[in-house]
Design a protein around this ligand. Sequence first.
Ligand SMILES: Cc1cc2nc3c(=O)[nH]c(=O)nc-3n(C[C@H](O)[C@H](O)[C@H](O)COP(=O)(O)O)c2cc1C
Length: 218
Amino acid sequence: MKKLAGLLGILAALFCVSCSQSSAKNEHNCNNNKTNSDMNTQNTQIETAKDKVLVVYFSQAGEQYSVGVIKEGNTKIVADYICNYIGCDRFEIKAEKNYNMSYNDLIKLAKEEANKGELPAFKGGIEDISQYSTIFIGGPVWWGTYPQVMFSFFKKYDLNGKTIIPFTTHEGSGLASCVEDVKEAYPNANVLNGFAIYGHDVRSGEKKVIDWLKGLGF
Ligand SMILES: Cc1cc2nc3c(=O)[nH]c(=O)nc-3n(C[C@H](O)[C@H](O)[C@H](O)COP(=O)(O)O)c2cc1C
């Protein structure tokens, strides 16, 4: 337990570094309230709520920071809120490899993957991505960005030309560099600023999510 607390301390410090670095690139990072309210004043509202919408997400159940052992991952719960509210198709990015392990082990593995720029394989796929004009992309922040397996998805599917709405669940880093990384993957997509919510707030956070969706025009 002590070991875990120590590790989390280091992680928290790293989150802060990640926050200050990414806030230089995007002032919305690491500031959930600002991100949400600013969404309403930008020229980023989707044109119609009748677009065919897809939610793509990765989420890891099991032992998680701040919420203990969970049966449903935090990001999955946000994806559920989105789909229940707007009605949409969904694709869960599930890695071929097994991430079911202790939080400490997962932290180490994820760091290795990120350092090596690994692109882990994922299961299944989307039959016809061309039918979706608006795609939500959501995942936990792992070491300052999305989990590497999400980058495998980005590599496989060309979402240029679409409206992409990133969201994260996190424990301090906010959006971290997720929005920038999505923009880098899809330079010709209309990537909105995104939405971030603490993992430990998700279970009581449905209203926050719906308010954000309303602000987008859904
Ligand atoms: C491997 C790993 C790395 C993490 N790195 C960060 C991080 O850099 N910044 C942060 O705020 N939270 C970090 N977290 C916490 C998760 O982002 C947070 O618990 C998230 O809500 C988990 O979502 P999920 O249950 O959908 O997987 C990390 C968690 C794990 C397991």
